[in-house]
Design a protein around this ligand. Structure first.
Ligand SMILES: Nc1ncnc2c1ncn2[C@@H]1O[C@H](COP(=O)(O)OP(=O)(O)OP(=O)(O)O)[C@@H](O)[C@H]1O
Ligand SMILES: O=C(CO)[C@H](O)[C@H](O)COP(=O)(O)O
Length: 409
């Protein structure tokens, strides 16, 4: 792939300007680049041909790509709602599009669900005897090409996997957003896709907790029987262990959700121990810390400033290793009684990337009705959302003033 550099009005002090036009072809919306030079009054016109594709994007506007991996029913949608809220504005399906679209668009973000890259529909998977978690049921070449195209500023026609019918529906147009979130089973599975990620998160829900959440949702909301939920979890487990779980080694942040250690032999699964595992040395990401960076801390904040009913709340923080990488781990075991008192905990944490005092607490109060708002799942998801906003702003700031690049493929 050849890369040529075009200087914009910004970088050459108003000596030239650039405009782009989209052309639909083979599912990609390629761009024709028309390059005007004011000084000579000449017009250079380069266009796409059958053998050469020219794409053009300002590097300052280039899409930042975030990956969120987790098994089904592990809280990805809830996390996405918290994340998009941090950027302001509500996320909605594409207007006038397929009502069963899995995509969510807000002013700053577009969230695409990687289920849309299933290459086998429900019947196809059944016939071949593979689950949706099996790489053979997914088109990683197309996933890579399209995520790369979006990152390069090119709109794509992305397929839609219809969860209602189990079929692959006609594609929908995805325009390059400021921030693209790819969420689903395999955002870090394919090395090429992984390389495109500016930041990656893995939601690691322990089997006990996953089971409790699945029962709660699939029995109450979807009318499934306890036996069928158990059978579905068991059937997916080998492929989950083989293809989904290993992705956590690549994640920049992992939110691990486990049963509490505050209640001996707890088997209710209501009180959770949540660990935020943050990789050290990730560009534009400084791990959050409690009291003193790098120290090992244990803190029970219950008392005059924080109301705690049984079994209380315990925080721990410290350095560790995770799949051979240096990490910082912030852990919260227990749950909050009063969300407004969270400000007390927030004020003891540093590197939160908030824009004002109490922003984490404000976000938590705003979404008090979301699952996990009284424990570490909601708290850490909100913190990761703020860290992603900060990462995005740092990337944009570092790109400002860079020349526009046109990539020829
Ligand atoms: N933090 C949480 N605390 C308690 N329950 C939760 C939490 N997050 C999610 N759940 C439960 O899990 C269910 C699934 O959550 P969510 O829809 O966010 O997951 P998902 O990964 O997007 O699922 P899917 O991929 O199947 O659409 C919710 O209905 C809720 O019952
Ligand atoms: O693991 C999943 C990701 O959400 C789904 O089970 C997968 O997409 C298959 O979908 P369906 O349940 O519609 O057959």
């Amino acid at each position: 792939m050849a890369v040529c550099t075009v200087y914009t009005a910004q970088s050459l002090n108003s000596t030239c300007s650039i405009s782009t036009h989209s052309k639909s072809h083979l599912g990609f919306h390629q761009r024709q680049v028309i390059f005007y030079t004011k000084r000579t009054n000449k017009r250079h016109n380069t266009s796409t041909t059958s053998s050469v594709k020219i794409t053009c994007s300002s590097s300052a506007d280039k899409t930042v790509v975030i990956g969120l991996a987790a098994d089904s029913g592990c809280g990805k949608s809830t996390f996405m709602r918290r994340l998009t809220s941090v950027f302001g504005g509500a996320a909605e399906p594409p207007k006038g599009g397929n009502p069963d679209s899995n995509t969510l668009i807000s002013d700053m973000t577009t969230v695409i669900c990687l289920d849309d890259y299933h290459s086998l529909d429900r019947t196809g998977r059944k016939e071949k005897g593979v689950t949706a978690l099996d790489p053979r049921a997914n088109d990683f070449d197309l996933m890579y090409e399209q995520v790369k195209a979006i990152k390069d500023g090119v709109a794509v026609d992305k397929p839609i996997y219809n969860h209602v019918s189990g079929l692959l529906d006609p594609p929908e147009l995805i325009k390059p957003p400021k921030i693209l979130v790819i969420e689903g089973l395999h955002p870090m599975y394919d090395e090429r896709v992984r390389e495109l990620l500016d930041f990656s998160i893995y939601l690691d829900i322990s089997n006990e907790v996953k089971f409790a959440w699945k029962i709660q949702r699939d029995m109450a909301e979807r009318g499934h029987s306890l036996e069928s939920i158990k059978a579905s979890i068991e059937a997916r487990k080998p492929d989950f262990d083989a293809y989904i779980d290993p992705q956590k080694q690549y994640a920049d942040a992992v939110i691990e959700v486990l049963p509490t250690q505050l209640i001996p032999d707890d088997n209710e699964g209501k009180v959770l121990r949540v660990r935020l595992i943050m990789k050290e040395g990730v560009k534009n990401f400084n791990p959050v810390y409690l009291f003193d960076e790098g120290s090992t801390i244990s803190w029970i904040p219950c008392g005059r400033k924080l109301t705690c009913s049984y079994p209380g709340i315990k925080f721990t923080y410290g350095p560790d290793t995770y799949f051979g990488n240096e990490v910082s781990v912030l852990e919260m075991d227990g749950q909050f009684d009063r969300l407004d008192e969270l400000i007390y905990v927030e004020s003891h944490l540093s590197n939160l990337s908030t824009k004002f005092y109490g922003e984490v607490t404000q976000q938590m109060l705003k979404h008090a009705d979301f699952p996990g708002s009284n424990n570490g799942t909601g708290f850490f998801q909100t913190i990761v959302g703020l860290k992603i906003r900060d990462l995005y702003e740092q990337i944009v700031a570092s790109r400002a003033g860079a020349p526009v690049t046109a990539a020829k493929a």
